[in-house]
Design a protein around this ligand. Structure first.
Ligand code: PBG
Ligand code: ZN
Length: 320
């Protein structure tokens, strides 16, 4: 008889034949930095996640450093928002100041800077708005300026999440012209218009004040189009491509892993909050579910996982 159970008989055997392992070095932790002083604001829809002012960041950085994960993805929340997102490319803006602070304290910590205008615009859209339309080509120079400003502040990697067409090429060109030829671009290539971003918009204070993001983020029904997005970002010079969200899009992650380029998956805010809520109710075993989810993302083909569970997961992986 075929006995597949033979290799499941005990932990040693199971470990021996385990096909997929998550390494904490593959994890990236998103952080939210807000203008102001002495702030550590809990995000109600994301238990365990806080907005920090720069003067309170040290405790979080220490935790990230001790966890052994590779680094962080930074989102800044400015006081001043306007039509053209000027705080986004202000060399003294909140994100730039936070990056400088982090790199001074922890030069070896990987700091990835999210590039998008929605946290910085008064209307909350990811691009320049005119007559309720989100303009593509007019947005590209602003994203480029923002990228150069963040690289100047010390960002190790630039991660455009806006979904404008042609932004990877535009950003690459500006980075190169400004001497940042060695700053990699991690492109949010297949970023779907998703209900799973709800809690993030509380955390980053970036909900659009009219309409939605469906004219630039992808339709959640489209797997093949995701591959075209990925192909064009690779052509435009992306160093790493990303699928986002992760869990409801593992088929896309799997297909994207065929390209010979590092692949990231973003385990987004809503995916995190659902696990937290169920765990708080005692309905699921949080550690078990988180490790199962991260393993599934890895098994589907992701090389890098961006997750709000990163710090806890790093501890749990150690215990395993
Ligand atoms: C900004 C951005 C968003 C996320 C990452 N970058 C929100 C959005 O597009 O609405 C979502 C991250 C998450 O939900 O955890 N464009
Ligand atoms: Zn945005």
């Amino acid at each position: 008889m075929k006995r597949l159970r033979r290799l499941r008989a005990n932990k040693t055997l199971r470990n021996l034949v385990r096909e997929t392992r998550v390494d904490k070095k593959e994890l990236i932790y998103p952080i939210f930095v807000i203008e102001g002083e002495n702030i550590k604001n809990p995000v109600p829809s994301m238990p365990g996640i806080f907005q920090y002012s720069v003067d309170r960041l040290a405790e979080l950085l220490e935790e990230i450093h001790n966890s052994g994960i590779s680094g962080l993805l930074i989102f800044g929340i400015p006081k001043h928002k306007d039509e053209l997102a000027t705080s986004a490319y202000d060399d003294n803006g909140i994100t730039q100041r936070a990056i400088k602070f982090i790199k001074e304290k922890y030069p070896e910590m990987l700091v990835i800077a999210d590039v998008c205008l929605c946290e910085y615009t008064s209307h909350g859209h990811c691009g320049v708005v005119k007559d309720d339309l989100i303009l593509n080509d007019e947005t590209l120079p602003l994203l480029s300026k923002m990228s150069v400003s963040l690289a100047k502040a010390g960002a190790d990697m630039i991660a455009p999440s806006d979904m404008m067409d042609g932004r990877v090429a535009a950003i690459r060109k500006s980075l190169d012209e400004n001497g940042f030829v060695n700053t990699p671009i991690m492109a949010y290539s297949a970023k779907f218009a998703s209900g799973y971003y709800g809690p993030f918009r509380d955390a980053a204070e970036s909900a659009p004040c009219f309409g939605d993001r469906r004219t630039y983020q992808m339709d959640s029904a489209n797997g093949r189009e995701a591959l075209r997005e990925i192909e064009s970002d690779i052509e435009e010079g992306a160093d790493i491509v990303m699928v986002k969200p992760a869990l409801a899009y593992l088929d896309v992650v799997k297909e994207a892993s065929q390209y010979n380029i590092p692949l990231a998956a973003y385990n987004v805010s809503g995916e995190y909050s659902m696990v937290k809520a169920a765990a708080q109710n005692g309905w699921i075993d949080e550690k078990r579910i988180v490790l199962e989810n991260l393993t599934a993302i890895k098994r589907a083909g992701a090389d890098i996982i961006i997750t709000y569970h990163a710090l806890e997961a790093a501890k749990w992986l150690e215990e395993e």
